[in-house]
Design a protein around this ligand. Structure first.
Ligand code: FES
Length: 94
């Protein structure tokens, strides 16, 4: 099991390794905004403050969307994340 820590609220959740962050949030009433759920709108942008190596790598398409929707250069799209280990995250700046 991996741990997701939310800096904004201090909440900590456990998640099975290899899980989709989107599926996890939707199944556990986690307060994460989503829009399209397919990596094109940027609504779900977040920043992984710790454990960035514990998620799948960003694709070029994801990087392009992040660049358009956030001033955080290293933001990720929550709907595109697969969790493979402990991470700490916060909402991205828009
Ligand atoms: S919900 Fe639209 S990019 Fe993630």
């Amino acid at each position: 099991m991996a741990k997701i820590t939310f800096l904004k609220t201090g909440a900590v959740h456990e998640i099975a390794d290899g899980s989709s962050y989107l599926d996890f949030c939707q199944s556990n009433d986690v307060p994460q905004d989503f829009g399209c759920t397919v990596g094109s709108c940027g609504t779900c942008a977040l920043v992984i403050e710790e454990g960035g190596d514990n998620v799948n790598a960003a694709t070029e398409d994801e990087k392009d969307v992040v660049e358009m929707c956030s001033s955080d250069a290293h933001a990720r799209l929550g709907c595109q994340l697969t969790i493979n280990g402990d991470i700490t995250l916060r909402p991205a700046e828009v």
